[in-house]
Design a binder for this molecule. Sequence first.
Ligand SMILES: Cc1cc2nc3c(=O)[nH]c(=O)nc-3n(C[C@H](O)[C@H](O)[C@H](O)COP(=O)(O)O)c2cc1C
Length: 203
Amino acid sequence: MFDTLASLTTFATKHPLMLFVLAVSSVFATLPGGGAAFAAEGTGKKILVAYFSHSGNTREIATQIHEKVGGDIFEIKAVHSYPAEYNECVQVAKREQQNDERPQLATEIPDMASYDVVFLGYPNWWGAMPMPCFTFLEKYDFSGKTIIPFCTHEGSRLGRSVRDITRLCPKSTVLEGLAVRGSSVKSARDDVAGWLRKLGMTN
Ligand SMILES: Cc1cc2nc3c(=O)[nH]c(=O)nc-3n(C[C@H](O)[C@H](O)[C@H](O)COP(=O)(O)O)c2cc1C
């Protein structure tokens, strides 16, 4: 009907209703990701699944959550890499925790303000979150957001991580976290699904 932008514009200037339609559609076209397209099904909220994982267990749970709730998934990575060898990694992690370090992050979220709900996943390291998660929580403003912790571990479950998250983000709502044994992540789908349902994140 309109072979050029010029003819559409001419038509629109003569028909005020058309001008209104064009204005509204241009506003929606500029919303990142088309606005509602990134909102998790069933909640109407925009969701981020952020996780730190050294050996892949927490990544597996993050992926399972992301498959269920949708939204965006993001890996928290430090600029420096942690040793692949277990005992060496344990020593580095211990030193960082004792020194209360904030390792610089290699990855960045372009628009944290747009998220309503942030799932935050990490392995239990020495009873707490790895220090890059502390950097992450201090780097962005989580005021008014809902934070949902999940962790993998080999016996200490969530440790003191939820207390630390609540302390670092006093203006956020922190919901009940999920702890999964690192050696059982592949068979955790039912636990993940039940937890998400209980939180009202899925139907
Ligand atoms: C540096 C380090 C410290 C750890 N400290 C603990 C701990 O205090 N309690 C515990 O239950 N598991 C501990 N673990 C085991 C990890 O929490 C567990 O293997 C986890 O599933 C690893 O997750 P990832 O594969 O996502 O890195 C530790 C592992 C590492 C490497």
